[in-house]
Design a protein around this ligand. Sequence first.
Ligand SMILES: Cc1ncc(COP(=O)(O)O)c(C=O)c1O
Length: 384
Amino acid sequence: MAVSSSTFDTVLDRSNTSSDKWSKYPDTVLPMWVADMDFDSPECIKSSLNQRVNKGVYGYTHTPKALESAIQSHLLHRYNWQISASHLVHLPGLVCALHLSVQTFSKEGEGVVVPGPVYYHLTKAPQWSGRDLLHVDMCSQDGRWLPDMAQLEAACANPNSKMILLCNPHNPGGTVYTKAELLSIHALAEKYDLLIVSDEIHCDLILDDLPHVPLASLNKDAANRTITLMAPSKTFNIAGLGYAFAVIENTELRQAFNKERAGLIPSPNMLGLTAATAAYEEGQEWHNALLMYLKGNRDLLAQRLAATPLKMLHLEATYLAWIDVSALALDDPHQFFVDAGVGVSNGKDFGNPNYVRLNFGCPQSILNQAITRIEEALIAHGFM
Ligand SMILES: Cc1ncc(COP(=O)(O)O)c(C=O)c1O
């Protein structure tokens, strides 16, 4: 079946599926928070899963060679990044790899540099393990969210610093780092001899005509000091199946990571492996159609918000809009949106309470309803 925009227009019933997204708020609120899209996964994933489930035997399972080849081919064709299958580490999720990296490659009290606001597990990983979180401000620079490079250098130069945690494309804010920007971040890591953990889970969700540059692909030194984390889960909407992978070229780092993981972090689930293989082998057509649809949603949102006091920088990637609510001077911006019937993420969780994060990975009719609800609340409160 051909994939067209109508594939994404269908409004799904997600009741009785124990969906996190759809359980958090009352039924009267449209859930637009966690990074989970209201779209059916591609047909190729559904049929692979059905075939595997129909086998009826669900014993211990290792990673199929076909998945490793599919990942290699995906990275080569989409990002011009050639990796060896032996550098892959297969994981049941990406968040555990963030925490594991911090715990493996730093000691209690040592410094972890994190540009933010950012997806909260990048800050929780050092905080929960008693590391010193060295925050660096992400600032608006020529209409894009980027780390303040002077602050970044100061944090890297701190003799206590051990590593940088980077999110590229950035969540929230959608920055797709250019090669030049990544080179300057890598130069600091090299100068101060820091490890880099690069969370690239959103790399397949670039909405503009911009290349994703895996940080580890920059040069030999970058490859040697970087742990790259990726997953098909955001792109193909299979987060509930729990599969992610790390690419760790440096043998010493990979061995240390695997040693720390042993006995604590299980292998990925058989269904996650099945879905990931189908996604990378056969999901391209669906993926390209998804990007077109999300781009339309992003443009619609930007255009309608431009007529309100809410501000949003141009979003280069992801389906997660980072919206500045400060013009309203509200005590609790998040609650204002929930009261309006739109269940956004609270910006406080990412590092700025004057923002909310709105997930527009949904049928356009739902997005239009949400924006109308926001406009009506703004009018009712005299903000428009
Ligand atoms: C930047 C980033 N990293 C990691 C995750 C979650 O990864 P996982 O579900 O594989 O643990 C998310 C989910 O939103 C994310 O945005």
